[in-house]
Design a protein around this ligand. Structure first.
Ligand code: ADP
Ligand code: MG
Length: 277
């Protein structure tokens, strides 16, 4: 088994002293190279978990570590930020400079990267997200999906071990959503970056290797997409859907067609249906 890059040990979090807990005793580990989807209804604690995982929040109880470093230890603040990068929902809130190049380089000074190293790092990061040809453009001229890819490049330039994306595709059109998911999946597969992909799109979760479900501040399910999405009744009880192709598969099996439970996206389902002819 690979080492944990991000780990929460019995973590609880309260926004205000004496108020209710937004997270309750969460024990989770994310191993090197894993790509995990985090699902959960509004208010279930996904964003709170994300901000704990990169040290933006410090646990009220319990412990969070990033590459073994305790997030409550101030001595590691920059090392933690550098290793666990966050991408948020709104691309417009994340771009700070007037040229893509400067935007991607923005964080590098803070982590002490020598200025002569910066151009190569910036180009490599933009290349990895397929945005190198936009290096001299103004970020506000880009599409939503392109802006998110620039935001991701800004994190990649810091050479992180983990990426935490909090509904990074929620504000994008279907094309933008697809391009951002594909890029992140490729970074996971080709560079071994650990990914925590918070989403409310079930079809995205179906494409991750592991799915976690949050409910009322607790992690209530944790398994492969197949293991989680076959618990459709429990999902519905938590006001969550299953991916469209999983629902279709259930229907077809009920009608006697032997389609596999592993077919959770359109391509896989199409192959299963064709096999039934
Ligand atoms: P999710 O991202 O799954 O929608 P959140 O982590 O944002 O859930 O919220 C978890 C709980 O914490 C909710 O009950 C929410 O109302 C509460 N909460 C979130 N942000 C704040 C905040 N800034 N101040 C106080 N309570 C908050
Ligand atoms: Mg949220």
């Amino acid at each position: 088994m690979k080492e944990f890059i991000l780990q929460t040990e019995n973590v609880s979090y309260a926004y205000e002293e004496g108020e209710g807990l937004a997270l309750k005793g969460v024990c989770l580990g994310f191993r090197a190279g894993e790509m995990t989807a985090v699902l959960g209804h509004n208010g279930s604690g996904k964003s709170t978990l994300a901000k704990l995982l990169n040290g933006l929040y410090i646990p009220t109880e319990g412990k969070v570590t990033v590459c073994g470093m305790d997030t409550s230890d101030d001595a590691h603040t920059w090392d933690i930020r550098k290793n666990a990068g966050m991408v948020f929902q709104n691309p417009d809130n994340q771009l700070v400079a007037s040229i893509v190049r400067d935007d991607v380089g923005f964080g590098l000074e803070n982590i002490g990267v020598p200025s002569e190293e910066m151009p190569a790092r910036i180009e490599k990061a933009l290349n990895a997200v397929g945005m190198l040809q936009f290096i001299d453009r103004a970020p506000h001229m880009l599409s939503g999906g392109q802006k998110q890819r620039v935001a991701i490049a800004g994190i990649l330039a810091m050479q992180p071990r983990a990426l935490i994306l909090d509904e990074a595709t929620a504000m994008l059109d279907p094309k933008g959503r697809q391009e951002v998911f594909d890029i992140v999946q490729r970074l996971n597969r080709e560079q071994g970056i650990t990914v925590v992909w918070i989403t409310h799109f079930m079809e995205e979760a179906a494409r991750c290797e592991r799915v976690i479900v949050m409910h009322e501040g607790r992690c209530v399910m944790d398994g492969t997409p197949e293991q989680v999405f076959t618990r459709a009744e429990e999902m519905r009880a938590m006001r969550l859907d299953v991916p469209p192709m999983v629902a279709l598969g259930d229907l077809l099996r009920a009608k006697g067609l032997p389609v596999s439970r592993e077919a959770m996206d359109v391509d896989a389902m199409a192959r299963e249906v064709l096999k039934c002819q």
